[in-house]
Design a protein around this ligand. Structure first.
Ligand code: PGA
Length: 218
């Protein structure tokens, strides 16, 4: 999938009711219509079908992604959501976010299976790494560099460090490299010079703050 860059992904995590989602989709669809790159929203799993329908009905340029997918394919796996079940809804799936590695004990082996399942279903994984030495499964095309110390802290990684990490990652393969961790409208312009896009959580929740990030890197 060769998406126009910059690629900016909003990871809404476990936030928002459906009513709040529609307000968000309205505002960001408008912002994304004049953005030269690609904007992706990753809402909570229960909102994927309704978000997909909303984007089609409103002829929106906004793309949809999931925050995770199961390492199981369809079957007797209570509570799991298989890649093939959401393949008609989403273009992307975040895989290997540090919160899932920590809270759901996701191992490198499990993440490799998730990437395989996503690819088989035609979903592009956005694979999160915490440093340039995090193992990256074959088939990954989009990597998000997200140092844990920068996530939700208001302290983004140093642009020089982001630059050298992105360069190191790109020597391994021709990855599209995103940066995530305390991205804001104030630091977006300096950081985008070093990467192909962002993965944004905290400052994606408020449509005004997220729009300001998009405006800053136009
Ligand atoms: P943050 O998180 O934007 O809140 O720092 C980024 C992420 O967890 O993807």
């Amino acid at each position: 999938m060769a998406e126009p860059l910059p690629l900016v992904v909003a990871n809404l995590k476990a936030n928002k009711t459906w009513e709040e989602m529609t307000t968000w989709l309205e505002a960001i669809s408008q912002a994304s219509s004049t953005f030269p790159g690609t904007v992706v929203v990753c809402p909570s799993t229960p909102f994927l079908a309704a978000s997909n329908q909303w984007l089609i009905t409103h002829n929106s340029s906004l793309k949809l992604g999931s925050q995770d997918i199961s390492h199981f394919e369809q079957g007797a796996y209570t509570g799991e959501v298989a890649a093939s079940q959401i393949a008609s809804l989403v273009d992307y799936a975040i895989v290997g976010h540090s919160e899932r590695r920590q809270n759901a004990s996701e191992t490198d082996e499990v993440l490799e299976t998730k990437v395989k399942n996503a690819k088989t279903a035609g979903i592009e994984p956005i694979f999160c790494v915490q440093s340039d030495s995090t193992p990256i499964p074959d088939q990954v095309a989009i990597v998000a560099y997200e140092p844990v110390s920068a996530i939700g802290t208001g302290n983004p990684d140093d642009p020089q460090n982001i630059k050298s990490t992105a360069e190191k990652l790109k020597t391994k393969s021709q990855y599209t490299v995103l940066y995530g961790g305390s991205v804001s409208a104030d630091n977006a312009k300096a950081i985008i010079a070093t990467v192909d896009g962002f993965l944004v959580a905290t400052n994606s929740l408020d449509p005004q703050k997220f729009t300001a990030i998009l405006e800053a890197i136009k």
